[in-house]
Design a protein around this ligand. Structure first.
Ligand SMILES: [Mn+2]
Length: 424
């Protein structure tokens, strides 16, 4: 379903005078607000196809109903998000869950919603029906070459589908690892994985990138073959200039200094992209910014500083994607909240007084350094984020409009109560 332009316009009209007051105050407070507005208007966050349904845990799954049952309905949901916030123009697909036989129709549908295809995701962490070899003991690392070959062929097939859809990146997240000491020869697992990745890399078109995503633990609980950023960087360096590390915020051991990791990966020219989410304990896949908004700001602070240092384009040079899903919220409301949190953190980072910070660092004025960062973090940039949406024809308050228009009710009416987003 789509919102009528007048639904958005009348929503905005009602909120306009209050918004204008808050915006006036924010622009007085933030000296470079004009520049920030331009940058947050350009910035787009990729929505993963798998986050449109309820995630759930191994203990159960509680759907709100009206979940998209196929790729067309997933695009419709993301199109709706993009109508509401003008910041969700990219789609990240998961193969084989989102495999389509009618590429031209899917491309046309995406274009109709103003969407393009971000990084493609392969899946060798599950066995599919009719699959010859099992991934129970890994895929690209597997001791049996036939299993590795099957996993390589799958990744090459994902690249092929991505080319057809107009994507230009492949994200590889491997569940490969071991659950018990002694199960695996670490070095051989690494070498097998590298060799497999090299074959996939060789199939990349010239203008494509491959992102090697790491994760500390789960589903394997003793070792993971791409377990941290160091291991990911090893692969990326050995593979070549089209290979990069992908940082998923939930894939670290507790209290890891993710902002420092980001800074150094940028320094090496090896940061490829992000999967945003938030967590309290492990890979909780909660809404971005719901637990540690200050950490999210600090990460963006390093991103902005590092990208500017290297003359990178904020919008295009890294892949910005959400990777979150869970059990107790309407998935579309959750995604609206995640995008909002990311835009706020980005805007806050853009408002940091860089010149003053560099000077304070140079003088070892620790107190001043902290004050500068916290000034940016504690200044309310939400009116700027709302203004960017208003200028793009989206909603001043996407969540409020989503609820006012009772979209979930409509989706349940159209799709029924029992649909399940593919792959979940
Ligand atoms: Mn991820």
């Amino acid at each position: 379903m789509k919102l009528e332009p007048n639904q958005i316009a009348s929503h905005n009209e009602r909120l306009l005078s209050k918004h204008q007051q808050r915006l006036d105050f924010a622009t007085q407070e933030i000296p470079n607000s004009k520049d920030i507005l331009q940058k947050i208007s350009d910035f787009q966050i990729g929505i993963p196809s798998w986050a449109l349904g309820t995630g759930g845990t191994r203990f159960g799954r509680f759907s709100p109903g009206g979940e998209p049952g196929n790729i067309e309905e997933k695009l419709a949901d993301i199109g709706l998000l993009h109508q509401l916030n003008a910041s969700s123009a990219a789609v990240s697909l998961h193969i084989p869950w989102d495999t389509t036989t009618n590429v031209p129709a899917i491309k046309a549908l995406a274009a109709e919603y103003g969407l393009h295809f971000d990084a493609m995701n392969s899946n060798t962490f599950q066995d599919q029906r009719d699959q010859l070899h099992s991934y129970k003991f890994g895929s690209l690392q597997h001791v049996n070459k036939e299993v590795r070959k099957q996993a390589i062929a799958h990744n090459i097939e994902v690249i092929r589908q991505g080319i057809e859809l107009g994507s230009n990146a492949l994200t590889i997240w491997l569940a490969d690892g071991s659950c018990f000491p002694g199960q695996l020869n670490f070095r051989k697992a690494f070498e097998n994985t590298l060799e497999s990745l090299q074959e996939i890399y060789a199939a990349l078109p010239a203008d494509w990138k491959v992102f090697v995503e790491y994760k500390a633990f789960e589903p394997n609980f003793y070792s993971t073959t791409v377990g941290d950023w160091g291991q990911s960087l090893l692969y990326a360096n050995k593979l070549g200039s089209k290979a990069f590390t992908l940082v998923d915020l939930g894939h670290h051991l507790p209290n890891a200094n993710i902002e420092q990791i980001v800074s150094l990966l940028l320094m090496e020219g090896k940061l490829g992209g992000f999967h945003f989410n938030d967590s309290k304990y492990g890979d909780d896949d909660l809404t971005a910014g719901c637990m540690k908004p200050y950490q999210l700001f600090l990460i963006f602070n390093e991103l902005v500083e590092g990208m500017d240092q290297r003359g990178m384009n904020h919008k295009n040079d890294l892949a910005w994607m959400i990777d979150a899903s869970h059990n107790v919220k309407d998935p579309l409301e959750d995604l609206l909240q995640s995008v909002e949190a990311i835009m706020i953190a980005y805007a806050q980072a853009l408002s940091v007084d860089r010149i003053a910070l560099v000077q304070a660092q140079q003088e070892n004025d620790v107190v001043r350094c902290q004050e500068i960062l916290q000034q940016a973090f504690r200044t309310d940039v939400r009116p700027l984020v709302a203004e960017a949406r208003l200028r793009a024809g989206a909603a001043l308050s996407p969540l409020a409009l989503y609820r006012e228009t009772e979209i979930r009710k409509e989706l349940i009416k159209n799709r029924g109560n029992k649909t399940i987003a593919t792959g979940l």
